[in-house]
Design a protein around this ligand. Sequence first.
Ligand code: UGB
Length: 588
Amino acid sequence: QKNLHLLTAEQIELAKILLETGQSHLFEHWAEPGGDDEEKKAFLDQVTRLNSSYPGGLASYIKTARELLADSKDGKNPFDGFTPSVPTGETLTFGDDSFISFEEAGVKEARKAAFVLVAGGLGERLGYNGIKLALPRETTTGTCFLQYYIESILALQDANSKLSPPGESQTKIPLVIMTSDDTHSRTLELLESNSYFGMEPTQVKLLKQEKVACLDDNDARLAVDPRNKYRIQTKPHGHGDVHSLLYSSGLLNIWREAGLRWVLFFQDTNGLLFNGIPAALGVSFTRQYHVNSLAVPRKAKDAIGGITRLTHADGRTMVINVEYNQLDPLLRATGYPDGDANSETGYSPFPGNINQLILELGPYIEELTKTGGAIKEFVNPKYKDASKTSFKSSTRLECMMQDYPKTLPPTARVGFTVMEPWLAYAPVKNNPEDAAKVPKGNPYHSATSGEMLVYRANSLILRKAGVQVADPEQQVFNGQEVEVWPRITWKPKWAITFTGIKSKVSGSCSISQRSTLVTKGRNVFINDHSLDGALIIDPADDAEVKVEGSVQNKGWVLEPVDYKDTSVPEELRIRGFRINKIEQLEKN
Ligand code: UGB
């Protein structure tokens, strides 16, 4: 009461809400009136932010927290009443006729697409100190993930413009990046210091997610920040925030008015993503999916969720990601005694969610208009003991972007598209020590594998296009045994579809295992060429270049580095090798 003069009318209402929802402890340690006024105001400013950034405000957050904490205390199974089964979706084989026609349809649809990159996470599992978007996708060219993503979107834009009738204005595909306090300024700096990697700055929008209030006990008492008694402790709420942020930004309606039809969500470190995007967008278009999740065959126990059909005893059914830690108990409780296990194919029968979603904009807006973008949340408190009455440390509500379909009506068309494991998924998530402990045969998801899988995919794609690419050699880096294929890379503008690649290589071409081939130009045509060494082709943007004949030199060699050797830059240490550029032919 005695501090009311410090507050705006809105803040007085908020303070009342806090008192009515059992949060009076937040004010108990306040200095006498007249003391710490600036801190008190800053506290209410923080409360205002926490209130406005959560759909339904703090009262709703506290109410949901109480319900979820009670369910967690009672050990309630979130899948109670649901039986899992293997869903059916579209399974693609790279390069066959149906893949090529889905790619064609996808490239046409790209003019109606907007891309949304969730990049608010710091990647604690990776143990890297920078933002993950700035990590090199591969170290042959040093291209970082953000550059690869932007150049791929620009390549799609470019491919699409060639299809549009002359005189029609050129498509500009929008890109939204969700950041957080942990990543915002460094993401902006990466964009600005690189001229947005060729994208027009107006095409790119950054939306920053806010953290949510931490909870101290089962009554959902908000936690006082241990570092400042005039602040509430906060933690990240998860990538599910992207939906409410997009909704409140107003962008969705702007996109609809501009004639857009698709929103594509993707994550911060998948160096193979765009190998699958055109075809998957073609699947969304052809099958008229409201929701299309990209998936890969999943090894049992792999730390990616499984796409599952859940059927409730009351008849409700949905196709949804079941997170990796929940899949095994769910299966065991519902008649699969072996739990999360591989079938005779060597893979789990449940496709692996790679968290790249394609949503149809119209139905998406319709749904968010009802929900405000709120996503079904969960809570994961670490209890002190079996009485489940107190926590080891404060907890908070969390949400995941792939849980969006949970609130959809049964009429919604929810599907998925399975890509071959080598083609479209190579994330960088695990630190070297954890990666080395991954069960044999399961993917490492490390910086080492992330880079090696790019070379592997590019080699296999060129093989499919008729190039004789030599077999890989096995090598061990950072305790992980990997296949080392020729280090082949190209800029997305060289080709973004299989048809594009086939139009650029012809005749009898071969590449030896120890080779490096870097193709930077748009109009580079490789014909009757053999490479045994390193060849770098870097022409002025649109110059036409013909690569023919044979090239042989000492080439570029991978040299192991010890990830504990702090004299080596962190982005090299985490992959366990560096490239020694001994000799190359460079054509500019
Ligand atoms: N992210 C945010 O933008 N904000 C946040 O608050 C948190 C994360 P992780 P996770 O690809 O294999 C997901 O931490 O959540 C961004 C799926 O749930 O890398 O453990 C972050 O920057 C899982 O089903 O992954 O697991 C990053 O871009 C599986 O698909 C993205 O969200 C798994 O990814 C993912 O964050 C996978």
